[in-house]
Design a protein around this ligand. Structure first.
Ligand code: S3P
Length: 456
């Protein structure tokens, strides 16, 4: 386990209100698509090119893993990543443990991918990843014949051993999770026959779109009641591809909400992925009365993208429908900050999954908002937040927030600090590098006051 992150000390940061935010920025490539582009490149013989790959720590961990599984991955002088794959069935057994850092997506998808091969692969990670549940992946993989041996409660470190012959399964997902769906599909690529997954709530579909683009026979059929069934024919020959990664909506969320919460702000984020299975936050913000517009909508790399402009706005409270949760699952921390600054009481429900993310995000947000002087009730599956009522009555702030090894908690409270009466400090900003390494410099470019403080 990564005991001491890069052997460095915690790096606190403080955000304070003041400057008007303005400007146009591009956020880094989408994390989900970047992981998949690198991993799927391994499954095609020949060179897959990836343009706009997110070079955050999580994706770097995926790249290090695919190298150990037999692939080659290099960044050329123009910034394009070239992945030379070995094809389905061609993976090598890694000669050492795969270190996944903070990245749940890396470990869960690679458990399926490696488990589809008759090799033994051991995964480890940092303290946050060691707490996260892996039974949700190990159970369906076990039904396919893959042996997963973890610590008690199926926690990391986990060793995955694939069988000589894998069984296709029909599996109904007990939780809405694109990671679990993707792990089963990646294992299913090695099975002789059709793997079927029933999703009660559709989750992000990048795996399906990208595998189809590489030549896999994969379809989805809507079911009455809002769910869908996904079918994948095993043992395809995948073609190498060229992937263009759009900007990450989950990263764009932070400068967009920062703009909405600060008077007079006018910020545009270009080239953002607005796949409907990712764009729930933008719908919520519009319903809260945000001055937000999606312009120049276009298709690129199999995804719909747009330039999003947000301006300082007086927001109203919201109660998003729980069925929208899957399309904005990573955006609830920043939505909670927007709700704290809005007029009225917001109710964010149907969110039990947030307890098993990089941190227990319901607890982390409830503690952080309370420390900032916001009235919040923590429920088993959500948060009820009494909004402070806009720019005339900003949230008090003046607190130091425990970020709990969670990049999105850190960025959310730095945004809160930009709208608070007194500065807000996050106790450690190092995790931001997992998904959004340029966050602080891009926010500085917009005029935000986010500064290092000397640890006492
Ligand atoms: C992801 C799926 C989501 C999300 C995570 C990335 C993916 O997790 O929270 O950040 O790339 O498939 P779940 O599958 O656990 O919902």
């Amino acid at each position: 386990m990564t005991e001491n992150r890069h052997d460095s000390q915690p790096q606190p940061l403080t955000a304070r209100a003041g400057n008007r935010l303005s400007g146009t920025i591009a956020v880094p490539g989408d994390k989900s698509i970047s992981h998949r582009a690198a991993m799927f490149g391994l499954l095609a013989v020949g060179e897959t090119c990836v343009d706009g790959l997110l070079e955050g720590e999580d994706v770097r961990n995926s790249i290090a893993a695919i190298r150990k599984l037999g692939g080659h991955a290099e960044r050329d002088g123009t910034g394009i990543w070239r992945i030379n794959g070995v094809g389905i069935g061609g993976l090598c057994e890694p000669d050492s443990v795969l270190e996944m850092g903070n990245s749940g997506t890396s470990v869960r998808l690679l458990m399926g991918l490696a488990g589809g091969h008759p090799i033994r692969t051991t995964f480890t990670g940092d303290a946050s990843l060691h707490r996260r549940p892996m039974a949700r992946v190990a159970t369906p993989l076990g039904m396919m014949g893959i042996d997963c041996a973890g610590r008690q409660g199926m926690r990391l470190p986990i060793t995955v051993t694939g069988p000589q012959e894998l069984l296709p399964i029909r599996y109904e997902l007990p939780v809405a999770s694109a990671q679990v769906k993707s792990a089963i599909l990646l294992a299913g690529l090695s099975a002789a026959g059709v793997t079927e997954i029933i999703e009660p709530e559709p989750t992000r579909d990048h795996t399906e779109t990208m595998l189809r683009h590489m030549g896999a026979d994969i379809s989805s059929e809507k079911l009455s009641g809002g769910g869908q069934i996904i079918r994948l024919s095993g043992q395809p020959e995948l073609r190498p591809a060229h992937f263009t990664v759009p900007g990450d909506p989950s990263s764009a969320a932070f400068p967009i909400v920062a703009a909405l919460l600060t008077p007079g702000a006018d910020v545009t984020v270009t080239n953002v992925c607005i796949n409907p299975l990712r764009a729930g936050l933008f719908a919520c913000l519009a319903e809260m009365g945000a001055d937000i517009s999606l312009e120049n909508q276009r298709r690129a790399g199999g995804e719909t993208i747009a330039d999003i402009t947000a301006r300082g706005s007086a927001l109203k409270a919201i109660a998003p429908p729980p069925e929208r949760a899957a399309s904005m699952i990573d955006e609830y921390p920043i939505l909670a900050i927007a709700a704290a600054c809005a007029e009225g009481t917001s109710s964010l429900r149907g969110l039990a999954e947030l307890r098993v993310k990089e941190s227990d995000r319901l607890a982390a947000m409830a503690q952080g908002l309370s420390a900032c002087g916001v009235k919040v009730t923590e429920l088993e599956d959500g948060l009820v937040i009494e909004g402070r009522g806009g720019t005339a009555t900003p949230i008090p702030g003046g607190a130091t927030i425990a970020t709990q090894m969670d990049h999105r908690i850190a960025m959310s409270f730095l945004v809160a600090g930009l709208a608070a009466k007194s500065p807000v400090t996050v106790d450690d900003s190092r995790m931001i590098a997992t998904s959004f390494p340029d966050f602080v410099s891009l926010m500085h470019g917009l005029g935000a006051s986010i500064e290092t403080i000397e640890a006492s």
